[in-house]
Design a protein around this ligand. Structure first.
Ligand code: HEC
Length: 121
């Protein structure tokens, strides 16, 4: 009749069930595939940094403004020449924008632009 005793078949069945479930769980635990592109990568000065600093900083840091002597936002070179100070104030100490706010995603994009060597203008 049966080639294998019923217990063997039962054990095999339970084993298959467990193998099946644990595989499913492993798939559930597995984190989502990393996005092909990190958010905030490929940030350019013209499309992102310029408008951000214009909105968040130029009110005080532009020629003729109150904090112009400390740093004056006046285009690409005014940022690259002061990259370390700007990074320190905005990304490290988070003391700027003074009296204003900046979103986490904007900070991330700004960080990415600096990380890329401020070359993307
Ligand atoms: C409301 C006016 C105001 C705004 C807006 C503002 N700042 Fe400032 N910033 C100041 C003043 C005043 C100082 C000097 C006093 C201080 O450091 O707190 C300063 C100092 C700095 C310094 C010099 C810090 C150092 O330690 O050398 C940098 C760099 C700077 N700001 C960058 C920025 C950037 C970048 C933004 C926009 C994200 C910004 N600031 C927005 C007023 C402002």
């Amino acid at each position: 009749m049966l080639k294998y005793p019923i217990t063997t078949i039962a054990i095999a069945f339970v084993y298959l069930l467990l193998a099946c479930c644990s595989k499913k769980q492993a798939e559930e635990i597995k984190p989502d595939q990393p996005p092909t592109e990190k958010p905030g990568t490929n940030v350019s000065f013209a499309s992102f940094v310029q408008p951000l600093l214009q909105t968040k900083c130029a009110g005080c840091h532009a020629p003729g403004r109150s904090a112009a002597a400390i740093w004056s936002f006046n285009g690409y070179t005014s940022v690259t020449a002061n990259a370390d100070r700007i990074k320190d104030a905005v990304l490290v100490k988070k003391s700027m924008p003074l009296g204003g706010t900046i979103t986490a995603s904007d900070l991330q994009s700004l960080q990415a632009w600096f990380d890329q060597g401020t070359l993307n203008n």
